[in-house]
Write a protein that binds this ligand. Sequence first.
Ligand code: SAH
Length: 237
Amino acid sequence: MNLILLHPSDLDHQGHACITDARRLAHLRDIHRAALGDRLTVGVQGGLMGKAQLVELTTELAVFALDPLADVPPPALPVHLVLALPRPRMLARTLEHVTALGVKEITLLHTKRVEKSYWQSPELLPEKIHQHLVLGLEQSRDTQLPSVTLTKGFRPFLEEQLPALLRGRRGLVAHPGMPMACPRGISDNTLLLVGPEGGFIPWEVEKLLDAGCEGMHLGPRILRVETAVTALLSRLF
Ligand code: SAH
């Protein structure tokens, strides 16, 4: 928690913020080893960031006196990430990583090699997804939550969503063995598609290329989804 992310409801009108939840209190105590008078970095969800002084700390609550907040969060990456739904633990970590890296639009997609049972996982409950996004924002000092869309059919995605997603975006499909190497340092608005742990099937790749996406590879090493996504985002942007 390099940033204490405040919910607008944590704030009063006198420039104070009060947090009472066990997670943030434990983090303040155990990781920050916070003491009265400490000045910490805070940010308001969806808003500005700045410094705040810890003015009260008990086992039940922490109260901060906020400086006038004036810092804008870091810029977002120009990418909409389409991720074939990985296994729940990998999903949790991947959501944190990509949020920390600045992705603001995420679609979780069903493809042939996604285990159907993953769609029943409690990790997909809105509050669980929210938790991982918040951890990513706190890690990277950002306040803007990404949006996450669940798309449980590949064909409906192809027919109903992909054409609109590709309008004004460069579509890039990460797939080992493609002839083109992953581009570096681009500033194009991008739609980045990453396959499941078993990869995209040839038919899916063909359909994505037919729709106007470019296939690309990251070299001969096959990476886990969470590693591949991190490597792809760093190399692309
Ligand atoms: N078993 C699959 C690989 C799956 S890796 C296969 O051999 O094709 C999971 C996903 O990460 C892939 O679908 C791809 O989107 C991405 N990925 C991992 N390593 C990659 C590489 N070297 N080049 C391009 N994409 C890669």
